[in-house]
Design a protein around this ligand. Structure first.
Ligand code: FHN
Length: 465
């Protein structure tokens, strides 16, 4: 008996150690992600075919990827739209090249958004690119190949609970932010209230648990099995998720031991690895000690909307990147491709311009840590260790008119100061813990000019809460 007990204890220890060995320590898994700082979000699917227009109504606000829910489009009518979805201009190599040249180190694409449409071949449901569209080919395979070719990490966004087409999927009730409502909205509202948000009887021929077992689990398994290394799984909107459902999905992560996940599988008991603020940049120190990534659109929608030309300027996007990095976070910047498979021209232009800035100034973003300085009015700061020295990268948005840049809370000995991307000199004067840089008259870059200030020893964190 004793021998049997000993054997079973040994066996459980071996299993436990194997499990631990298979899941690399978090710091090891997160290393590339913490250095990356900048990634591309891609929201793409059948909704791009509607491009923000349905039944004569041009969506003014909200995400174009929500058009089925906001317009309470019947399942059969929405699935008929897929018959026109034929992205013949899709070129995954071009997409990944654009992301890489923009300085982005990873891509997260909506493998399946809330409309349930899978951009990949799956046997779990016929509602996918291969079985439901004239295009008939898996969209993720070439993307995975291109990511491997260019050394860009591949991530999948997966709407694990909301699914407006696969029966049993959850629905989060939402009204159009632009105040538009269908003529029969009163009746529809009554129906959705009585049916947990669903608006079409076709959505409720199955239970949520059956949907998790029949669709979500097998599809996530497909995604983590058929596309090589998957670096990120980006869960979204845990509507109606139970602990049991979340555990079934979490268990699949062992298929990709190095995978990084966010905090949206089921809050609060499944925190994942990263926090995911959305469409906002956290306040200084709000996220200290946390791995976080803010996802933002370039215009007013995640999915493509033909009428939305309200794109943020390249200057704003670069300032956001610097601001996010100065607080120790990652920037997941979204592109919403058109139904034909091309990026909107405004996105292409901004990606190119950001890439030109990153080619010169990327060292001020990649592998940096948050600023140790108090807030300054001229821009942002990021920091890097270099042996026993500290490098402070000063991203100057507002070039001083009098040529004097004041850097507070740096009592350290200054070793060097250089304007990145310029052969013009800048002189340095230290007074107590203040460093005064005298700069040339014109800034080398219209968006943000970076000064590399090398000081001896560590710069003490002066961002007191
Ligand atoms: O409802 C989605 C939305 O469409 C979009 O995908 C964003 C991106 O983070 N996530 C949800 C809203 O929080």
């Amino acid at each position: 008996m004793k021998k049997l007990l000993l054997v079973s204890v040994m066996a459980s220890l071996i299993i436990a150690n194997t499990a631990i060995a298979q899941t690399p320590a978090k710091d090891e898994r997160m290393h590339w992600w913490r250095e990356a700082r900048f990634g591309m979000f891609i929201h793409w699917g059948v909704y791009a075919q509607l491009a923000g227009v349905y039944d004569g109504h041009v969506q003014q606000k909200s995400g174009a990827e929500w058009i089925m829910n906001l317009n309470k489009i019947p399942v059969a009518d929405y699935q008929a739209v897929a018959k026109q979805f034929n992205p013949v201009k899709y070129d995954a190599d071009e997409w990944v090249r654009m992301a890489k040249e923009a300085g982005m180190k990873y891509i997260v694409i909506t493998a399946k958004h809330h409309d349930g449409f899978a951009l990949f071949k799956t046997s779990a449901s016929k509602w996918n690119i291969v079985d439901a569209t004239p295009y008939g080919k898996d969209l993720l395979k070439p993307l995975a190949a291109a990511c491997k070719k260019y050394g860009v990490k591949l991530g999948f966004y997966y709407s694990q609970a909301q699914d407006w087409n696969n029966a049993g999927g959850a629905v989060s009730r939402k009204k159009a932010a632009d105040g538009w409502a269908r003529p029969d909205s009163a009746a529809i509202d009554a129906y959705t209230l009585a049916h947990n948000g669903h608006w079409d009887p076709a959505q409720t021929t199955s239970t949520f648990d059956e949907y998790i077992n029949r669709v979500a689990v097998p599809e996530v398994k497909d995604l983590l099995t058929n596309y090589g290394d998957v670096a990120v799984l980006w869960w979204d909107t845990p509507t109606d998720m139970t602990v049991e459902d979340a555990q079934k999905l979490q268990a699949l992560l062992k298929l990709q031991p190095n995978i990084i996940t966010n905090d949206r599988l089921k809050r609060p008991d499944f925190p994942g690895d990263t926090k995911s603020p959305e469409q906002r940049i956290p306040k200084p120190s709000e996220m200290d000690g946390i791995d976080w990534e803010t996802c933002m659109t370039m215009n007013g929608t995640w999915g493509y909307r033909a009428s939305d030309h309200n794109f943020k300027s390249t200057e704003t996007l670069i300032h956001n990147l610097c601001d996010i990095a100065s607080k120790g976070g990652n920037y997941l910047l979204n592109v919403g491709p058109k139904a034909d498979g091309t990026f909107p021209e405004e996105s292409v232009t901004r990606l190119k311009e950001i890439g030109e800035w990153m080619k010169v100034n990327g060292e001020a973003i990649y592998a940096t840590k948050r600023s140790p300085l108090p807030l300054v009015d001229w821009g942002r700061c990021t920091e890097k260790q270099e042996g026993t020295n500290n490098i402070l990268y000063l991203e100057v948005f507002n070039w001083p008119k009098d040529g004097k840049l004041i850097v507070p809370a740096v009592p350290n000995k200054v070793i060097s100061a250089k304007i990145i991307g310029s052969d013009k000199k800048c002189s340095v004067k230290s007074q107590g813990s203040t460093v005064e840089l005298t700069l040339p008259e014109t800034a080398p870059n219209t968006y943000a000019s970076v000064i590399k200030l090398v000081v001896s020893g560590n710069v003490v964190d002066a961002t007191a809460k």
